[in-house]
Design a protein around this ligand. Structure first.
Ligand code: DLL
Length: 448
């Protein structure tokens, strides 16, 4: 029996072999979906108001009565929540349940200060597993598949999130975690993995090591790759699909909201379905904090609708994207997030032009003579920011060709992205490879 959450409205599912398509939830009319959202939103607001001091005081300050919220217009008056709120109330100050009801904690690495700690009740874990199973099924994974899970296990939500979802789907999980790339490749081949879960940058790093070992991963059983946790471009998708012979599916999530499985592409690969029965998505202009016109880019703001331990109201993700509610060819009615371009914190302003690393990636990956590994070095020169793109020559390319490769890349970046850059061509293997989230930017600008 599937565990149910308190706010579960009794979604029935045929969870027999090979059927984790939750048709009643995933294809419900948008009107029913909105009605369900508001019903669940009210429970969330009450949970937050009654159990979390910060939410209560902010709602009071703004004159919001959680019992009075009924329409999207009312939602616009709800307070925002920021990552700093979690830090300021470290470690447990934003939990809506006592630790005795919390069965799991995860935490961000906290590179820029205190870690952010997130909590799950047993029901929260069950919902997460359901949504991850739903995501994996939508991606083309099936009960009976062998799922090779190379997301990091531990405080990071990737490993355990994908693990529980794959088990819930009825798959056989290989709990690899990141690193030990040669061993990963051997096990993908030996255990007959059908599905690979990894960051896109690590998937490429695996492809590269396999090639060096003379192993052809295209001849493995791998059929589907479920890649996320970092921004990646369509050019990267093409590269990965070619080198691994998989259908490369984009999956999104963040620990503050749940972990992986907040949104995931279906096999149409036409945007990530955001699971609106459990989350409410808004796209706001980060400056004015007003909703943008559907289809325009803005900051993704998410409200949880069923989380018990850590309800989040209008969480400012800092992730920049566009969404559409247009019907998808797969029949799912949940809105689609049209790729995450990057985080507003990662946006570079180069002589007035706003640039995300993923835009530069689109130009670099797939170009002849260079490998799909890069880093951007940002420096302050006088009063202006300056970007050096470090790319890597493909194996076997003569060093004499480096100057012309450099000029060629700089010219394309200028014409496609609109910024002038220096391009340094490095030898094969010189750009650091990732085992998890890739570091794309080295920011050498003075802080503060
Ligand atoms: O990265 C959860 C996750 C694990 C998602 C595995 C997908 C797969 P955090 O470590 O909290 O959680 O980082 C969340 O990563 O706000 C985005 O900036 C970025 N991110 C996650 N998925 C994508 C994606 C996990 N598909 C932060 N595309 C988010 C672009 C992504 N960025």
């Amino acid at each position: 029996m599937r565990a149910t959450t308190s706010s579960d409205v009794g979604v029935m599912r045929d969870s027999g072999a090979d059927n984790y398509f939750d048709q009643s939830a995933e294809t419900m009319s948008r009107d029913s979906l909105l009605a369900l959202q508001f019903e669940r939103l009210r429970n969330t607001l009450l949970n937050a108001y009654e159990n979390v001091e910060l939410h209560r005081s902010r709602m009071k300050q703004l004159g919001v009565d959680p019992r009075e919220v009924r329409t999207m217009d009312d939602v616009r008056h709800l307070p925002f929540t920021y990552k700093t709120d979690l830090r300021d109330h470290y470690p447990f100050g934003m939990f809506a349940r006592p630790l005795t009801d919390v069965v799991r904690l995860h935490a961000s690495s906290g590179t820029t200060g205190r870690a952010t700690v997130v909590a799950y009740t047993r029901a929260d874990i069950a919902t997460w597993a359901d949504l991850m199973a739903r995501s994996l099924h939508g991606a083309g994974a099936r009960a009976g598949d062998v799922v090779h899970n190379a997301y990091g296990y531990g405080l990071f939500t990737g490993g355990l999130g994908a693990h529980y979802g794959a088990e819930r789907l009825g798959a056989t999980v290989v709990p690899m975690s990141g690193g030990g790339t040669e061993r990963q490749i051997a096990l993908i081949m030996d255990l007959g993995a059908d599905v690979l879960c990894a960051t896109p940058s690590y998937a490429l790093a695996m492809a590269e090591v396999a090639e060096q070992q003379g192993v052809d991963l295209r001849k493995s059983k791998l059929r589907v790759g479920v890649f996320g946790a970092e921004p990646w471009s369509d050019a990267m998708r093409v590269e990965i699909e070619e080198r691994l012979a998989v259908k490369a599916i984009d999956i999104y999530g963040l620990s503050e909201i749940m972990g992986p499985g907040v949104a995931c592409e279906c096999v149409a690969q036409a945007g990530l379905h955001g699971w609106e029965d459990h989350f409410m998505f808004e796209v706001l202009d980060p400056e004015t904090q007003q909703a943008v016109v559907e289809g325009d880019a803005g900051e993704l703001v998410i409200t949880t609708l069923s989380k018990q331990a850590l309800p989040m109201l209008r969480y400012r993700t800092r992730d920049i994207t566009r969404v559409t509610t247009a019907p998808c060819e797969c029949g799912r009615t949940h809105l689609r997030i049209l790729r995450i371009t990057g985080r507003s914190d990662d946006m570079l302003i180069i002589r007035g032009v706003n640039v995300y690393p993923s835009q530069i990636e689109s130009v670099l990956v797939g170009r002849p003579m260079i490998a799909p590994h890069y880093q951007l070095v940002v420096e302050r020169r006088g009063t202006l920011d300056h970007v050096t793109i470090e790319v890597e020559a493909s194996m076997g390319v003569d060093a004499e060709a480096f100057p012309s490769i450099s000029r060629d890349v700089a010219r394309h970046v200028k014409s496609m992205v609109g910024i002038s850059t220096d391009v340094v061509v490095k030898l094969p293997g010189e750009i650091p490879r990732s085992q998890g989230k890739a570091v794309r930017v080295r920011d050498l600008r003075p802080k503060g």
